[in-house]
Design a protein around this ligand. Structure first.
Ligand SMILES: NC(=O)c1ccc[n+]([C@@H]2O[C@H](COP(=O)([O-])OP(=O)(O)OC[C@H]3O[C@@H](n4cnc5c(N)ncnc54)[C@H](OP(=O)(O)O)[C@@H]3O)[C@@H](O)[C@H]2O)c1
Length: 216
């Protein structure tokens, strides 16, 4: 199928990556999937059907316009170094939450209380790449279950480069959500875990735009 839409690659096929890839296919969007192991990507693409294509991480980044980094915060930093050349001119989507198990069954933040993964990653971004904080403000279960609802639920995004807004909004719509821009990367902390716009922060659940107006 030929499309004029930006080409999306989902890198990392765990909880979030699988849901993003599956939402995109439900939204009738082609998706390239890649992960640490090529056989995982191939199995995932087979499950998703003809709109999905599996490849290795390097090829996926090269082929895509939008690269969804659905891997852990520390892995994103490694991939920035490893694929600095391939990531030039790409829209890089960062869904990461900078957390680790706290040993008591919960999670703790692994960066300063006032720091965000978005801002740290912006400082490490390969030259020419554009960072967008998005697709991480809901837990994976909600991201799957609340997609394509009527009334539609919102997903937030933040970027310092407004030239990509239309492309990012199309990506969020094709994931089954209404996009809401919250400003620049300095706003990321609000939509990361424990933040006012995160499911596991003040927000508590997926909400509609009219609920958002009443809440925030
Ligand atoms: N889980 C959630 O509810 C949730 C919600 C919001 C945001 N997030 C954020 O989303 C990101 C992913 O979380 P997750 O829960 O989906 O993690 P996950 O289930 O552990 O999945 C991570 C995926 O990344 C792959 N991976 C690891 N190293 C890689 C590499 N070097 N190159 C390519 N792929 C690699 C893993 O492959 P292997 O299995 O082979 O190691 C796995 O498929 C994190 O930054 C997290 O903070 C998660």
């Amino acid at each position: 199928m030929k499309t004029n839409k930006a080409k999306v690659a989902v890198i990392g096929l765990g909880n979030i990556g699988k849901v993003v890839a599956s939402n995109l296919v439900k939204g009738n969007r082609e998706v390239i999937v890649a992960s640490q192991k090529l056989e995982d990507a191939k199995a995932n693409a087979t499950n998703l059907g003809s709109l999905a294509m599996a490849t290795d991480v390097k090829t996926a980044i090269k082929e895509a316009d939008i690269v969804v980094m659905s891997v852990w915060f520390s892995t994103i930093q490694e991939l920035f170094k490893q694929y600095a050349t391939e990531l030039q001119d790409k829209i890089v989507i960062d869904p990461s939450n900078p957390i680790a198990p706290d040993g008591k069954g919960g999670f703790k933040k692994i960066i300063g209380a006032d720091e965000s993964a978005g801002q740290i990653l912006k400082g490490l971004l390969p030259k020419g790449a554009i960072l967008v904080k998005a697709l991480g403000s809901l837990g994976a279960a909600s991201l799957a279950n609340e997609a394509f609802q009527n009334p539609i639920k919102v997903l937030f995004y933040a970027s310092d480069d407004t030239s990509v807004n239309n492309t990012v909004e199309e990506l969020i719509k094709d994931n089954g959500y209404e996009p809401v821009n919250i400003g620049g990367i300095d706003q990321s902390i609000r939509m990361e875990v424990f933040g006012e716009l995160h499911e596991f922060g003040a927000l508590g659940k997926a909400i509609t735009k009219s609920e958002l107006k009443q809440t925030v």
